[in-house]
Design a protein around this ligand. Structure first.
Ligand SMILES: C=C(O[C@H]1C=CC=C(C(=O)O)[C@@H]1O)C(=O)O
Ligand SMILES: [Mg+2]
Length: 461
């Protein structure tokens, strides 16, 4: 017992000049449901939990408690701040061969400059955590790690307490049967600033016709009010079922949960290869298989949607040509069919140098024209001026990186902020010269669907 901690103590002088230490210890956890583990955190870790599952279901992460928090309130420099702090922590890591890589999980706000008095006041422009307890399900194997970051001695005692706590959490997760949670009761739905949204789309379309920009994504928000407070695990449970072909994420902070089911990958780095995906251009699903194919073909042939999509491909290709070699970019988009919607989809990949930091790619890619526009700076100014809301973490990068430099960030769309007995849902669409406000408005309703359904809201059609 405590072999690793004792060993590190002996090596103290060699390992690090500072007294910062980052210990990790992993055990196999057998079969354990990730949401049951999340729920076990109800005892002591409310507000200190996160949940992540990638779209192809090869990785699930649950974090309980905070070994440390990294935050930034700055604008442009926030990516670098987080990256530098993470580098310092990584350098202090002490782990044995069999231990998994500890993760840093969190997100950025869409636009630090557009801070307004809003529902997002608890979320800084970057918020990341290293969990005290990290459940990882990778390719079917479940492990639980303890992470401990310390600046002074006493780690051995502290670690022993964490081991007891870990065993207690595993016990709760295994023994307390995870019951199927009913969907919440919605008492009312408020459309926030619908008229301003329609005017904004009209205005931006005219600006684009005048040549001021080529594309601008305009979003809006609706608010759901519930009979009772909605437990965070209820929201996560239902969103995972409502739109399976997606990234599922949840991040708790100050009594709130930011969560969603997004189909859009921003960047993944895995063993020196980088992957991104352009997802932009949309049409609804058909009522029959034939109808669905017809709609899919219509989307593939539609000039307006192809234009929306191509701007994203161009931008991500440019970023990849700067950071990567051996790049692959398909010439034509494919269809991505998810439960409520079909999108145009182009996957990109390339090799990155081993030392390439995922945060520099996140910074270079955010916002892609799937959420911002073209040119980026003009479209960001138009969004600030026209949207009259704070996007908060909606449409922004959310994800993880590990101590080995691998990681993945998704674009947090199809998402909502849950605050007790209220939820704020967000959706937008790419505006180009041929856009029509009513059609864009309808498209946002389709995009609200997965979160609406997960939260018990009734949808037409
Ligand atoms: C802005 C959103 O979607 C983006 C991603 C895919 C398709 C989009 C579109 O067709 O407009 C948007 O660019 C959203 O879901 O809120
Ligand atoms: Mg669109």
């Amino acid at each position: 017992m405590n072999r690793k901690l004792t060993a590190s103590h002996d090596n103290q002088v060699e390992i690090n000049k500072s007294d910062l230490r980052f210990f990790t210890e992993t055990i196999d956890a057998g079969r354990i449901s990730p949401l049951a583990f999340f729920e076990a955190g109800n005892s002591c870790y409310i507000d200190e939990r996160f949940y992540w599952q990638n779209a192809d279901k090869t990785l699930t992460l649950v974090g309980l408690g905070h070994a440390t928090i990294l935050e930034s309130e700055s604008g442009k420099e926030r990516f670098e701040h987080i990256s530098k702090e993470w580098d310092i922590l990584r350098a202090a890591l002490i782990k044995e061969e069999k231990d998994m890589e500890p993760v840093l999980f969190g997100g950025f706000s869409f636009d630090p400059q557009s801070r307004k008095d809003s529902e997002w006041d608890a979320f800084p422009s970057a918020h990341f955590v290293v969990p005290s307890f990290q459940l990882t399900i990778k390719n079917g194997n479940t492990t639980i790690a303890i992470n401990l970051i310390t600046k002074n001695g006493g780690a051995v005692d502290e670690f022993e307490k964490l081991r007891e706590e870990r065993d207690r959490l595993i016990h709760i997760a295994q023994v307390d049967e995870f019951e199927l949670l009913a969907k919440p009761e919605v008492v009312s739905i408020e459309e926030r600033k619908k008229e301003q949204y329609l005017d904004a789309v009209q205005h931006v379309t005219e600006k684009i016709k005048d040549g001021d920009a080529k594309k601008v994504v305009i979003a809006r928000s609706i608010k759901l009010n519930f009979e009772e407070e909605v437990p965070t695990v209820t929201a996560l449970h239902h969103i995972s079922n409502e739109q399976q072909e997606s990234y599922h994420f949840g991040l708790e902070k100050n009594g709130q949960l930011f969560f969603g089911a997004t189909p859009e990958r921003l960047i993944e780095i895995s063993n020196g290869r980088a992957y991104s995906s352009c997802v932009a251009g949309s049409i609804k699903r058909g009522k029959s298989a034939m109808d669905d194919r017809k709609l899919g073909k219509e989307l593939m042939d539609d000039r307006k949607n192809r234009e929306e999509h191509q701007y994203v491909v161009n931008m991500i290709s440019q970023v990849f040509s700067k950071f990567c070699t051996d790049i692959s970019i398909p010439k034509k988009p494919k269809l991505m069919k998810i439960r409520d919607i079909q999108h145009l989809f182009t996957p990109l990949e390339g090799n990155v140098e081993q030392k390439t930091d995922i945060f520099s790619l996140v910074e270079a890619l955010h916002p892609t024209p799937a959420l911002g526009g073209v040119p980026t700076d003009v479209s960001m100014d138009m969004i600030r001026e026209q949207e009259q809301m704070d996007r908060g973490y909606y449409a922004a990068p959310i994800g993880w990186t590990d101590t080995a430099g691998n990681g993945e960030f998704a674009v947090a769309i199809r998402s909502a902020l849950l605050k007790g007995s209220h939820a704020y849902l967000y959706a937008g669409g790419g505006i180009v010269a041929d856009s029509e406000p009513e059609k864009e408005y309808d498209e946002t309703w389709v995009k609200f669907r997965p979160v609406m359904r997960a939260l018990g809201g009734k949808m037409n059609g």
